[in-house]
Design a binder for this molecule. Sequence first.
Ligand code: ADP
Ligand code: MG
Length: 681
Amino acid sequence: MPGKASVRTLKGVGEKRAALYEKLGICTVLDLLQHYPRTYEDWSKAVPVSLATPGEPLCVRGWVVNAPTEYRVRKGMTLYRFRVTDGQATLQVTLFNNPYAAAKIRRDDEILLYGTVVSDGRRAEMTSPQIEPAATGGRIRPLYPLTEGLTSRMVETNVAQALELVSQCGVPELLPADLRQREDLCGRLEAWQKIHFPQSEQDILDARRRLIYEELFVLQLGLLRLKRRSRSQNRALLAADHTDGYTAGLPFALTGAQRRAIAACVADMQGERPMSRLVQGDVGSGKTAVAAGVAYSLIREGWQAAMMAPTEILAEQHATSLQKLLGDDVRVGLLTGSVPAAARRRLEAAIAAGEIDLVVGTHALISESVTFARLGLVITDEQHRFGVAQRARLAAKGQNPHMLVMSATPIPRTLALIVYGDLDVSVLDELPPGRQPVETYAVGGDKRERAYGYVRRHLDEGRQGFIVCPLVEEGETTPSDLNAATAVYRELSEGPFRGYRVGLLHGKMKAAEKEATMAAFAAGNIQLLVSTTVIEVGVDVPNAVIMVVENADRFGLAQLHQLRGRVGRGVHRSTCILISDSRGEETRRRLQVMCATGDGFRIADEDLKLRGPGDFFGNRQHGLPQLRVADLLEDMPLLQRAQTAAGLLLADDPDLTAPQNAPLREEVARLFDRVGEHGLN
Ligand code: ADP
Ligand code: MG
């Protein structure tokens, strides 16, 4: 198909321009056709000069009154001036250093000018407008995402050639005809024509609808196929449910939600296909106990389990708490980047020999030297920090092991559908008994001293607390305007908290130091922990009841919620004080949401509304392909329809092997190529 040809087959695209296109990720003619306009200039509706809104880009139609006059202002600066009339008013036009454009303008020509009109009430003026002959220029014109050296006009010309090319040779339609008819979607070629060269605003809407649908449909096909990755056999087939043995050893009774989640996993593991399940639960809902329960049954039958966590500190905590939950009969190993070489070799040998039942670790787990004797279950914590591809890589160390994903990030319900499209979901919608909401206050920096006094009172009563500064995750450099944790630590321990046992925890510390600090805090030897967001996930100290967050406006709401989850984990009433000097309306609204609710899902929904999905995910990896036109939030209704349609299509043709579905199959592979290897082929 001609679409796969290089952009260099287009006239006027040589080595240089091809290199520019490559910067934009455009290599083939098809890529170019899918490089959609960012917005448009409407040259189709000319505005009379007298009605032009000053300062707003618009199109004026008129006749040239006089050919341009040249003014040499100084060396290297020449002006060209002429006047245009629209029949009623006159417009003064100035061009700078543009003899080429000026030469084309002749008296009595009818032209279109696109630019902004400036008017002093008597005289209207336009400076450096774009100019086109009226006969051919009255169109809606595309403006493209660009890179330096490329103009929208160049792209427009090339796109026109590309369209010509594919309309001659034909282009495969991706969407089945009956689907297009049912959803009232235009054809693919028509959509490209309309999105690049619309005749009306309706054209743009029609084209976008079709292209968004196509994109979401392909995305859903890919995700649904991942979900069925495994009509492959379930090799770690569970013979019996050992959950009773697990609960017998626990110091507490499982909540109903925990029991249901474990039961769902056990049923999955007794089924024909390997399990792919997400356990989603707000902070403190007890996900670790669920993971342990799921692992327990498999381990009892001789399988190994691996759990991957995003940070060393979290991996360490998980290893400790899992060992406690599972009891001494289960052999738990901890594998992180900071395990010394000799110890690591011993550990890896034990894993390979099947002498470790449960390995907890960081990314180190997916390194090549790690092999398992009988890996039956892969557990990932905080899934969104790993790409779908990383999860797959760990899984590849077993033969289609079961997969359990745990997420505390309260992904809004609307987004869960897509982000976790390849997983079944269990929600822990019940907190262990005795939890109290964390009282939350948002205050200005002027209340800082009072907040410290409040913290001191709690420390005096034997409780513990956190002061969190928005510094920097591991690897980032320190923004100078932020309260660096180290500086805050020094200030506090010598000032307001002199005489108290204050500790410091930040991402740049060595793992052993971090661990020692955390251990000291957990043991109560540190009363107040000054920290960056490294405590964000997992840390569990029930005696910690107060948290002060500095520069709270620098955090996303979802992240604040995670942080706040570090307190309120015991029997004592807990408090969170959000300090922010920002006076903005938006900031106040956001922080107010935190004060009003402790429901992680509601907070995530608000966050999404206030900041949009791009920000919601921030720089975190959610592992999904980049979308071109669709917006996961705005296009939710279409997404749901596309998901249903994708399910129907796969029911008929699970591997997309029918000849008419070949282009679709290729497109799915192409989209998912961009996220890495998936075994989608
Ligand atoms: P999450 O990872 O979901 O934030 P954790 O698994 O860390 O939560 O559990 C939070 C705390 O609650 C831990 O101290 C854990 O031992 C405790 N816990 C878990 N389940 C229960 C339960 N059913 N009853 C009482 N405490 C529980
Ligand atoms: Mg946890």
